[in-house]
Design a protein around this ligand. Structure first.
Ligand code: BEZ
Length: 247
């Protein structure tokens, strides 16, 4: 059975899971761990909320700190772009629903845009622990643990079949690039619909590669117009079209 052990070390809660599988962390293609939690749009059962769409689930250390405010504001600004790609956004921090609502009001007042996606209240760090969003605590030169058990900035891109397709953790001092998260989503959606892989710094509309594990015969059947062969293992084709509203 899954069990969480609460260790009070720096007065901030640390959770350690005693299940070997979890200690390996979350991996690409894992089913996204399910949870229930209060959000600014009502209680959420995560697996139901994920229903049949792409999801970007992101965490940040706390409301009303400069980097996090700019990130939630940018997510709100780009929300329509995510919706157009059949992708829901959902954020999480350790703050209460009241604080999330105050932040949403401030973003609406200062940027003129609504935060039109749910923010999860995770005051007991339950979801943060489930998704490995807590850092290893650092000790100072005297070996005393610093009180830095803040939720890190994490991003999970989850496919319509509830699998983790991308995840990354950023330190609290480094704000994310939400245009890059959109680009990752575009690449994931494209490679879900077509047997292609996107090269370094790819952006929508750029050429893409036929994956090397597709043999010549299968590649000919799939891409009858042929390809540009840079090397036998580097077969470049124009990006196949992808309707924005496809899953
Ligand atoms: C911020 O969100 O601005 C922030 C939070 C914790 C540490 C550093 C920056």
């Amino acid at each position: 059975m899954l069990q969480w052990i609460l260790i009070d070390r720096t007065q901030a809660p640390f959770y350690i899971c005693n299940r070997r599988k979890r200690s390996m962390g979350i991996r690409i293609n894992d089913i996204a761990p399910d949870f229930e939690a209060p959000t600014t749009e009502g209680p959420v059962i995560f697996h139901r909320w994920l229903w049949n769409q792409w999801t970007v689930f992101f965490s940040y250390p706390g409301n009303f700190s400069p980097v996090s405010v700019t990130e939630v504001g940018m997510a709100a600004e780009l929300s329509r772009e995510f919706t157009a790609r059949n992708c829901g956004l959902i954020g999480l921090s350790v703050d209460s629903l009241e604080t999330h609502e105050a932040l949403s009001r401030e973003i609406r007042e200062t940027r003129g845009i609504p935060v039109d996606f749910p923010l999860i209240e995770d005051t007991d760090l339950r979801v943060a622990a489930l998704y490995n969003m807590l850092p290893v605590p650092e000790a100072d030169s005297e070996g005393v643990l610093r009180d830095d058990a803040r939720i890190v900035r994490s991003v999970f891109v989850i496919s319509p079949d509830r699998r983790i397709k991308f995840h990354q953790y950023y330190p609290v001092g480094t704000g994310r690039n939400f245009q890059e998260i959109l680009r990752i989503l575009d690449s994931l959606r494209l490679s879900t619909w077509h047997r292609v892989a996107t090269p370094v710094n790819w952006k929508p509309g750029d050429d893409v590669f036929i994956p090397p594990d597709l043999d010549e015969e299968a590649a000919r059947a799939m891409f009858p117009e042929g390809w540009k062969e840079l090397k036998p293992y580097m077969r470049l084709i124009p990006q196949p079209p992808l309707a924005r509203n496809l899953r």
